[in-house]
Design a binder for this molecule. Structure first.
Ligand SMILES: *Cc1c(COP(=O)(O)O)cnc(C)c1O
Length: 370
């Protein structure tokens, strides 16, 4: 057992505490704690500028934002989605009484394989919910083409895709809505938080009503909305965090390059690639343990653990293997061979500002065969 200190898959990038005190002072002075205060408003504006989008609505967390995105577009029936994601993607469908229909992923991008979508469409299908896995863009054009042909809506789970651009534009502009998560483990965090990116002011207004119980004014409620509002404390932290997010991503980029360089010498390890024409946010560092490696993924994973390196098997198990999903016909492993194979081989290595070159070397040393 190593005496080194524990290394987790990620650590939030914390600004100096004293920098947060003036924000807290302002909240205490104003006594506006939530319901769209100054910081909430400022963070929405700042994120629109930073991300290059026009309409954003802040949420308590990404999961409630996903649930609300589906309600915003009145999605019902069946929705085509990926089994290779965090479980909240499919849970948001169940919370709306929608049946998830899983399709397999592309072995290169690990995103939903557009070539498999059409075969999964039935008369009940109303939408597609893809995930930009690890922040790597989905094939947005192919997905939109299918959606247009079959009159389906597209809601992107963009929880990993903060700040990602494609062909010079925000990735978040694709589809009908995009949903972000600002959870503590994400590249940009507000402790807990999330957002919906809307294409126009009218849609944003509906989102904003749905996240506030459906209120239109003091006495009018137009929908069974939820309480999904972000508080002033979370919004203030987001404003502070936003100031250092570019620097954090630059550090992650260096770490990404170093891992690729070091792992180039390790047999049987494949580093998952982003797609060439997009910018990356380096939010995760997924590797696949392949046939060329003399050990199984779980042997490697356990050795990391034994050395207090808490890498994660994102995403294992597949969502479709959890008990509330595995009875669906689309959850049959025979329908999802690529996702099943990747889930058995993947490990996400630690990546976060502050992880040192020496720590990365030690991690890579442990990934190689013992
Ligand atoms: C983090 C995450 C979510 C959930 O976001 P929360 O803010 O934790 O509720 C949803 N989907 C994916 C792909 C995620 O990684």
């Amino acid at each position: 057992m190593s005496t080194e200190k524990e290394i987790f898959i990620t650590q939030p990038d914390m600004p100096p505490l004293e920098d947060f005190i003036p924000y807290l002072q302002q909240i205490w002075d104003s006594r506006v704690l939530t319901n769209g205060g100054t910081f909430h408003h400022q963070l929405e504006r700042a994120l629109c500028d930073y991300l290059g989008v026009e309409h954003i609505s802040l949420f308590t967390n990404g999961t409630l934002a996903l649930v609300t995105a589906l309600q915003t577009l009145r999605i019902t029936g069946e929705v085509i989605t990926t089994p290779y994601s965090f479980v909240a993607t499919a849970h948001s469908l169940l919370w709306n009484g929608i049946k998830p229909v899983f399709v397999d992923i592309d072995p290169r991008t690990l995103n939903m394989d557009p070539a498999r979508i059409e075969a999964a469409i039935t008369p009940q299908t109303t939408a597609i919910m893809p995930v930009h896995c690890y922040g790597h863009p989905c094939d947005v054009e192919a997905i939109q083409k299918i959606a247009d042909n079959y009159n389906l809506r597209v809601i992107y789970d963009a929880a990993h895709a903060f700040g990602v651009r494609r062909e010079g534009l925000s990735l978040l502009g694709h589809g009908d809505l995009s949903v972000l998560s600002f959870h503590a483990t994400k590249v940009f965090n507000t402790f807990e938080g999330g957002a919906i990116v809307s294409p126009d002011a009218k849609t944003k207004l509906r989102v904003d009503r749905l996240k506030n119980f459906g209120f239109v004014d003091e006495t009018t409620v137009v929908a069974p909305g939820i309480n999904g509002k972000m508080s002033e404390i979370n919004a203030a932290f987001g404003l502070l965090q936003l100031k250092q997010v570019d620097q954090a991503m630059a550090q992650r980029r260096e770490q990404d390059e170093r891992y690729r360089h070091l792992l180039g010498a390790v047999k049987g390890v494949h580093c998952v690639e982003g797609s060439g024409e997009s910018t990356a946010n380096y939010s995760y560092f997924p590797i696949l343990i392949g046939d060329g490696h003399p050990e199984s993924r779980d042997t490697v994973f356990q050795r990391l653990r034994d050395n207090k390196i808490y890498a994660r098997r994102y995403f294992f198990p597949l969502i479709s293997d959890f008990p509330m999903y595995r009875g669906l016909s689309s959850a049959d492993p025979a329908n999802l061979p690529v996702a099943g194979d990747i889930a058995r081989r993947v490990i996400c290595l630690p990546i976060y500002p502050g992880l040192t070159a020496e720590q990365q070397q030690r991690i890579v040393g442990l990934v190689g065969a013992a």
